[in-house]
Design a protein around this ligand. Structure first.
Ligand code: NAD
Ligand code: UDP
Ligand code: UDP
Length: 315
């Protein structure tokens, strides 16, 4: 295989760090760009000695000039508590980050992949969600900075493709979990695991009947790389996620069981605009990418619990 020069924005985050690692394993030259807002040098410390890995502390809202063959654009906080902390910065990151990386792709003639999200479907009225569903998103709510930012990024990707012929790939990622999520990330899987390991109350928001579909990180990264290397002209958007669908109550009970925890479940208010259901249709990914997830929720949770045990020193 020929060594490619690959830029990963958001490369010090949860998904980005796994992606950098895999791309290096495959023999590539990787530039990781991150402003360390939610990411951490700890996530990439094990890559720092590799001569084919470079870390640049940089904010993607600013122009960036490097020479690369491929770009994975992942920079953007993904957890609701983080993306709502400074919603204007979140909007800028999605939109200006897309613009700058697309400008870079245009100049370098690089292929560029956008990490979009199931949030483009909002609180969906069509279930499960195929790529053809246009979504039900509140443009003025607390989640809009993220949802509409990601929707605008998709628009920019398709406009750069139509107007300038930029070689784009768009994936819509459904809830993904695994090692290297931050313990303070605020997303449901890491919250429940950290609470269970500490024998603290497990916080369910709302009645716990809302559903999500959880994909283990290794499966997700595999799908992302397959999409980047898919046939010319296949732009997506393509859903990448695990079609297994669980209520938050089922998730809480499974985490308690697998962690061998004494935690009790407590109920907290449901955040505004929290989607009630989410499950991907993955027929397109199966057909175009020959991809489907292989790791069950139980197996993935067990691996993630083991990671947090070591991280937190709880045995
Ligand atoms: P994460 O928060 O761990 O990673 C995001 C990374 O982007 C962090 O390292 C952060 O420091 C960096 N970043 C944020 N703003 C930046 C900026 N302005 N300039 C440079 N770097 C910046 O989250 P993640 O789960 O790894 O998500 C990665 C990408 O995948 C995000 O774009 C997210 O929207 C998308 N995604 C993730 C999920 C999921 O379930 N994990 C689902 C859908 C979409
Ligand atoms: N850009 C960048 N790196 C590059 C090329 C462009 O960061 O290597 C930025 C550039 O600053 C601009 C954006 O990408 O703001 C869009 O670039 P494009 O060439 O499409 O637009 P223009 O510069 O014509 O506005
Ligand atoms: N959630 C919960 N307890 C928590 C954190 C989240 O019940 O401690 C719920 C949240 O309200 C949502 C679901 O779990 O219904 C998934 O939340 P997350 O923030 O992980 O992702 P997203 O809402 O973006 O899918």
């Amino acid at each position: 295989m020929q060594r490619k020069r690959i830029l990963v924005t958001g490369g010090a985050g949860f998904l980005g760090s796994h992606l950098c690692e895999k791309l290096l394993d495959q023999g590539n030259d990787v530039i990781c760009v991150d402003n360390l807002f939610t990411g951490s040098k700890d996530n990439i410390r094990h890559l720092m000695d590799n001569n084919y890995f470079e870390f640049i502390r940089h904010d993607v809202t600013q122009p960036l000039y490097v020479e690369v063959d491929q770009i994975y654009n992942l920079a953007c906080p993904a957890s609701p508590i983080h993306y709502q902390h400074d919603p204007i910065a979140t909007g800028k990151t999605s939109i200006m980050g897309a613009l700058n990386t697309l400008g870079l792709a245009k100049r370098c003639n690089a292929r560029i992949l956008q990490a979009s999200t199931s949030e483009v479907y909002g609180d969906p009225e069509v279930h499960p969600q195929p790529e053809t569903y246009r979504g039900c998103v509140n443009p003025i709510g607390p989640r809009s900075c993220y949802d509409e930012g990601k929707r605008m990024a998709e628009t920019l990707f398709f406009d750069y493709n139509r107007q300038h012929g930029v070689d784009i790939k768009v994936i819509r990622i459904f809830n993904t979990y695994g090692p290297r999520m931050s313990a303070h990330d605020g997303r449901v899987v890491s919250n429940f695991i950290v609470q269970a390991l500490n024998n603290e109350d497990i916080t369910i928001y709302g009645d716990g009947k809302q559903t999500r579909s959880f994909c283990y990180v290794d499966d997700l990264i595999d799908g992302m790389i397959k999409m980047m290397n898919s046939r010319d002209g296949f732009t997506g958007p393509v859903n990448i996620g695990n079609p297994g669908e669980f209520t938050m109550l089922e998730l809480a009970e499974l985490v308690i069981k697998l962690a061998g925890s004494d935690s009790k479940i407590v109920y907290k208010p449901l955040p505004q605009d929290d989607p009630m259901q989410r499950r991907p249709v993955i027929d397109l990914a199966k057909k175009e990418l020959d991809w489907e997830p292989t790791i069950s929720l139980e197996e993935g949770l067990a691996r993630t619990i083991e990671y947090f045990r070591i991280l937190l020193g709880i045995y």
